[in-house]
Design a protein around this ligand. Structure first.
Ligand SMILES: [Ca+2]
Ligand SMILES: [Ca+2]
Ligand SMILES: [Ca+2]
Length: 361
């Protein structure tokens, strides 16, 4: 309003502009050192915008933890006004660990003198490199008794080196390693078993270099099946010389089967009180033989034998009075035999090993 009282109006539009990009802050070290072949998780980054506050961060870039190298991860954040900020982190995958060397053969290694010597060598593994070769240095004079040192060395592609030594002892004048097995061992089956837990004497060894270790297979105290079991024994001395022998451990089945007759129909008594008809099914259980042979005879006709029958066979027994010695007369396909006997029936069984059970009524 001026002094004359005129009033003028104007409008000014103020536009608030966000021209500043967010600020990215890395979490964790930069550069970041990662040991080869370990798990790597990007610790990430945060972004703060002076106008919009916290802003999401995206990252790109790959890290191969199995390959030593320098890798870059790029972080990016954009505020709602389209201002973008970026930041990078360097990931250095390094191999700082030496290979691990494993010796083949013994250490110390004892060898006989004046015999050709071959270094059993060594292998190396590295956590990062797929394969690492091993070089060996040092000499062994097999004509001069004494201790010698072989040095094995392995270097991975990153320059980490491992060294391992082996002592080789050359020994002269040692007798030849020999082993003598015990004679064959015979045992009976354990009761109710088609096998036996058996012990046997240790083989006798002589000669050799250093400690001699004897291993027999199967070991003494094992369970052996009925039949002939071969036991093999090997003696090994400190120089790696071996001698072998073997013997038989024979388990014999000495246990006869146990026969039985299960009556399947009541005994029928005929007019004559001495004449009885009995029907039943035959069984026999044996420790080894799944199919023992079953026989039937009459108590008053020693020479008569009916059979062999098998487990499950059904028979009809007729106790004759003054008949001729019993006969076997198959009549019904489901019944193995009808047998006329003088006197009570006697049942017995044999197994495949030739064991005969007692005769039972
Ligand atoms: Ca901004
Ligand atoms: Ca390495
Ligand atoms: Ca038997």
């Amino acid at each position: 309003m001026d002094t004359s009282g005129n009033v003028a109006q104007c409008t000014q539009q103020v536009t608030v502009v966000d021209a500043a990009p967010p600020v990215i802050t890395l979490v964790g070290a930069n550069p970041l050192i990662v040991e080869c072949h370990t798990a790597f998780t990007d610790p990430g980054a945060t972004a703060d915008d002076i106008c919009a506050g916290a802003v999401a961060v995206t990252s790109s870039g790959n890290v191969d933890v199995n390959t030593p190298s320098s890798y870059t991860i790029t972080y990016s954040a954009t505020d709602p006004s389209g201002n973008t900020a970026t930041a990078t982190r360097t990931i250095n995958v390094v191999d700082s660990l030496a290979p691990v060397i494993a010796l083949n053969g013994a250490n110390p290694l004892i060898v006989p003198c004046q015999m050709p010597f071959t270094d059993p060598g060594a292998t190396a593994t590295d956590a990062c490199a797929s394969s690492v070769s091993v070089s060996a240095s040092g000499t062994v004079d097999v004509n001069t008794p004494g201790d010698y040192t072989l040095t094995y060395s392995a270097t991975d592609p990153s320059g980490n080196t491992a060294n391992v030594t082996r002592t080789v002892t050359v020994v002269c004048g040692t007798p030849t390693l020999t082993i003598t097995c015990p004679p064959d061992v015979n045992v009976a089956n354990d009761p109710g078993q088609c096998s036996a837990v058996a012990n046997y004497p240790a083989p006798v060894v002589s000669g050799g270099i250093g400690n001699v270790i004897v291993v027999c297979n199967p070991p003494s105290g094992s369970s052996f099946q009925v039949g002939t079991n071969v036991v093999s024994c090997t003696a090994t001395d400190s120089a790696g010389n071996t001698a072998t022998c073997s013997f038989n451990l024979v388990v014999k089945d000495t246990e006869p089967p146990v026969p039985s007759m299960v009556t399947t129909a009541p005994a029928v008594r005929y007019q004559n009180p001495s004449r009885v008809v009995k029907r039943g099914q035959l069984f026999a259980n044996d420790n080894c033989d799944p199919d023992p042979l079953i026989y039937i005879g009459g108590s008053q006709s020693p020479g008569f034998v009916a059979g062999p029958f098998h487990r499950g066979d059904k028979v009809t027994l007729v106790r004759g009075l003054s008949l001729t010695p019993g006969s076997r007369q198959p009549r019904n396909p489901s019944i193995a035999a009808e047998i006329t006997l003088n006197g009570d029936a006697l049942i017995w069984a044999t197994d495949s090993a030739g064991n005969v059970s007692p005769k039972s009524r």
